[in-house]
Design a protein around this ligand. Structure first.
Ligand code: 1CP
Length: 338
């Protein structure tokens, strides 16, 4: 197996910078669209042969250094008594919603048998892959936003109302998600994933004060209970939360583009860093794009170890050819003059 990515996760300096992209499997890719026209998204996630095939697409087409399990952060809810649906217009829909403490009874700790297809997909993949496989879960807070709001949101009003009016109930919810997430990730590791990533996509909507109270203790518990494989923690608003993230025990911090890579290497000396290209630079000219890619790579050399990635997922309008050029550029950069 090509182990450059795995070494970087362990904080070992590598002879070239490994690269993969968050949301590297998805609708920007014609090969994905071809399968997606035949099946809805949830069917794709629940059919191990299809999920495995889609996981492999970016590895084969782009030549990235890691694969990420094709699934979704909301999938574990299916094992917790909650129904999920993905609609083309409104995005994910979740029900019943949990808007107050009195609704917590709808949620039960995860039953792994109900999401067996996730572990089957992993077992297929580890036989076929020549690069490491990343498993994942959402942080309890990010997952909670979907179950409280009933889907995607822009303002998080219900989430914050719950949090600030019934903090004890909110903590109870976080605890259920934390215990289930640990079980879920450990089962992915047992099935064979080489690394796990925790997605905290929405933690950045909180003040650092509230991050400390409502997010960090639970993320910390998850990270500290995973000791067989490296852990990557992705959190939006890295710059605003920098002081809060510093002492997390994750092997890798995945950072967004709102912090300069050089500043990040000063702040996070003991973590390997992953990131941090603005995904929408991929929609601009190659000249503008590669100026930024190069700058990130140069500063990434100052990190304990660096994995090139975006600061968030690939946008649907991105060209496959451009992504492939970025992969080649990152791989060849070691020999370039700076
Ligand atoms: O219609 C389609 O084809 C489905 C689009 C799609 C895909 C391809 C969704 C719906 N999810 C996924 C796959 C997915 N989601 C992966 C695996 C593929 C890969 O990375 O290559 C992963 C890791 C996720 C994780 C995920 N899902 C996150 C965290 C990462 C991030 O982007 O911040 C979040 C927030 C979701 C929720 C989600 N899934 C899908 C949608 C439309 C949404 C809503 C996003 C929102 O609320 O704005």
């Amino acid at each position: 197996m090509r182990d450059t990515f795995l070494n970087a996760c362990k904080g070992i300096k590598t002879d070239y910078t490994p690269v993969w992209f968050m949301r590297q499997a998805g609708r920007y890719m014609p090969e994905y669209q071809k399968i997606r026209q035949k099946y809805d998204f949830l069917t794709m996630c629940k059919t191990p042969e299809i999920a495995a095939e889609v996981t492999l697409q970016p590895v084969k087409i782009l030549g990235v250094d890691a694969a990420i399990l094709f699934s979704d952060i909301l999938i574990p809810l299916e094992g917790m008594g909650i129904k999920i649906e993905f609609t083309d217009d409104k995005g994910p829909q979740v029900y019943p919603t949990i808007k107050t403490s009195s609704h917590i009874k709808f949620l039960k700790e995860i039953e792994l048998d109900l999401v067996y297809y996730v572990f089957q997909t992993i077992k297929i993949l580890i036989k076929e892959l020549e690069v490491p496989l990343i498993g994942f879960a959402a942080s309890p807070f990010t997952l909670a936003t979907y179950i409280i709001e009933g889907g995607s949101t822009k303002d998080f009003i219900n989430t914050k109302r719950f949090m600030f009016s019934e903090p004890e109930g909110f903590h109870k919810l976080m605890k259920i998600f934390t215990d289930s997430t640990i079980k879920y990730l450990k089962e992915q590791i047992k099935a064979g994933v080489h690394v796990v990533q925790i997605f905290d996509t929405w933690a950045g909507i909180l003040s650092p004060f509230d991050y400390e109270i409502f997010v960090k203790p639970y993320v910390k518990k998850i990270i500290d209970s995973i000791n067989k494989v490296p852990v990557i923690y992705f959190c939006s608003n890295t710059s605003g939360l920098a002081n809060n993230l510093k002492d997390l025990n994750a092997n890798v911090l995945s950072i967004d583009w709102k912090i300069d890579m050089k500043d990040a290497t000063d702040l996070f000396k003991y973590h390997a860093l992953q990131g941090n290209l603005d995904p929408l630079t991929l929609l601009g000219t190659e000249d503008e794009l590669f100026k930024r890619v190069k700058k990130i790579l140069i500063h990434g050399r100052l990190a304990k170890a660096h994995i090139f990635n975006l600061g968030h997922g690939v946008n649907i309008n991105t060209s496959v050819d451009i992504l492939k050029k970025v992969v080649d550029f990152v791989h060849e950069f070691k020999t370039m003059e700076v």
